[in-house]
Design a protein around this ligand. Sequence first.
Ligand code: ZN
Length: 319
Amino acid sequence: MTTTETDEFLAKLRAFEGLEVGIEVGADPVNQPMIRHWVEAIGDENPVYVDPDAARQSVHGQVIPPPVMLQAWVMRGIRARPAVGGNPRDELMRLLDEAGYSSVVATNCEQEYDRMLHLGDHLRTRTVIDSISEEKQTGLGIGHFVTTRVEYETLEGEPVGRMQFRILKFKPGTGRQSPAKEPTKGERPRRPRPSITADNAFFFEGARQHRLLIQRCSTCGVLRHPPEPRCAACGSYEWEAQEASGRGVVYSFVVNHYPQVPAFDYPLAVGLIELEEGTRLVANVVGLEPSDVRIGMPVEVEWLDLDPDLTLPAFHPAP
Ligand code: ZN
């Protein structure tokens, strides 16, 4: 497309900003079978979702669905026909499809909950098309990010939550990176690739050299991580990389059990490490049982050379 055509197409897309999709009603009220299928698929064994006796003794007093199921209660079936008369979201998707942006991937999802849901709650949504980005080159391909805002309420009109949802509609085959190599049989799947940007490339380059580099504002000296273009303390865009000693303490941590990604071992200890230089970063905690990780534990960096183009820091207990 020429620049003028690109501008005209973007204007056409942006005409959808602020439009309401209209009210959509969930096919079924919150129900036990759907909860059971969901938690089995995710591998979540918390009894509060499926066992009425255990749920009664919990702080919830009754069975609840996992809060992140929110969208499941109003989701259209994969073969659902577009709404009668069309709605602006379907029209926008058709416009993008016809222009070649036919692939889709969800990139961001933020949910807020007003209360826990219960069996029998029947939900409906009001959706607004929030924004459409200009055309971007991403690792997956050239595309537009489309952000929607969804308000969830019961059929009685009680608000129960909201979601901001962003997808990338992109042209297949226009990605910057070749797709990850499929593991051959018996070979361990590769770790998910980090998204390398102009701001964070130095960090991963440093990691390949087994150097833990963090950003320091050149103007006021404040350290920051993860990498950002601008200093939050003074507003300066000038920064330099400082090599950290690799020593620190576990500031906080989680032990992840699910969902499980084949490239990792579970349970997986993920720490928020406070470096002795004074900033924090997220990394795997290794070299001990995940159940033995403690807040305040002194740790030091080691390097995981995962494959030829990916090295990541991890932290083990300091001797
Ligand atoms: Zn600064």
